[in-house]
Design a protein around this ligand. Structure first.
Ligand SMILES: O=C(O)C(=O)C[C@]1(C(=O)O)C=C[C@@H](O)C=C1
Length: 314
């Protein structure tokens, strides 16, 4: 295990984990990396239609928002993120101490690796995983270009979670629910990581529908040009509006609704003004901002990284 200091918090440094994909295959909605360009282009799997990929991104919003709501029940609990504040006997490396969150995440990933979670190209570990598979490998047709598995920006996902999401969704303070907090943090991190790395599939779908345009930009290694071509501002606005509405809808405390709602209060959109406004469990504006400022930009970053290497070494 290797870590580095990052913004006052020990941050996981990602090592090479391409070995994860060698010889291991799993069944998944999303197939593994292709072995050749010919393999890749003959695959017309519906998994690669942009509409289907966007539907998956929309479903993943639900998971992310519900996980945020679950985590919001507990205080921020700084001790969970402070190295050695909650000592875990035996969990250190070369005198280096870790936070409780790092412990929970590391141990969760080692178990999930055995169940072949990280042999799937839509899953990315925060730590290096070395555990042997318990389940047998499964063959699945290729979709992504070779080298896709090397793209992993979970160090940035971690930083955004700790500095932007957690302080925004949790009440400040310490309620000593450290285990619950750590377990729910892991769920939030995994859901964010999956959504952001889904950029690889979005990028592959876009490459296939505008192959000539992307090929020219890739050959010129024009990252800004690729970013401009893949950006769709209208879709981004829809995403932000939708996650704001979902957070406002899923996060209502129904028990605080009136006993006998009037017809004016039967819609799901009654969270803002009336005296019967239900209490919200997380701020819809915070969720919208996290998507606008972090989730979509990081997804686009993954898309650009993927496309820059889409045609192999330049
Ligand atoms: O749906 C797309 O076209 C995407 O590339 C995904 C996404 C997103 O992260 O939601 C990212 C970039 C686009 O500008 C719009 C949306």
């Amino acid at each position: 295990m290797s870590v580095c200091k990052h913004a006052g918090h020990q941050q996981v440094r990602l090592g090479g984990h391409s070995h994860l994909y060698n010889g291991y295959r799993r069944i998944s909605a999303v197939p593994r990396a292709a072995t050749s360009e010919r393999d890749l282009m003959k695959d017309s799997s519906p998994a690669l239609s942009l509409d289907n990929i966007r539907s998956s991104l929309i479903r993943q919003e639900d998971t992310i928002i519900f996980n945020f709501i679950e985590r919001a029940q507990f205080a921020k609990n700084d001790a969970v993120y402070t190295p050695d504040a909650v000592p875990v006997p035996g969990f250190d490396s070369q005198g280096q101490r870790y936070s409780l969150l790092q412990y929970v995440l590391h141990e969760t990933e080692q178990l999930h690796a055995k169940l072949r979670r990280y042999t799937s190209p839509d899953e990315h570990p925060f730590f290096e995983v070395a555990a042997p598979l318990v389940l047998p490998p499964i063959t699945y047709p290729p979709i992504l270009a070779p080298g896709a598995e090397k793209i992993n920006i979970n160090d940035q996902v971690m930083l955004v979670y700790l500095s932007e999401v957690l302080p925004g969704i949790t009440p400040p303070g310490d309620d000593s629910n450290y285990g619950s907090a750590g377990v729910l943090d892991v769920l939030c991190l995994q859901a964010l990581s999956k959504r952001i790395h889904y950029g690889k599939f979005v990028a592959e779908a876009k490459f296939r529908s505008q192959t000539q345009e992307y090929t020219r930009l890739i050959q010129a290694q024009d990252a800004d040009g690729i970013m401009a071509l893949l950006t769709d501002k209208a879709v981004e606005k829809k995403v932000v509006d939708r996650v704001r509405l979902k957070a406002a809808t899923f996060g209502q405390d129904i028990s605080s609704a009136p006993d006998t709602p009037t017809s004016a209060h039967t819609s799901t959109h009654h969270f803002s003004t009336t005296t019967t406004t239900p209490k919200l469990k997380i701020s819809p504006d915070l969720v919208a901002k996290v998507y606008q400022d972090w989730v979509m930009p990081l997804t686009k970053k993954v898309e650009v990284l993927y496309l820059l290497q889409r045609l192999g070494p330049m």
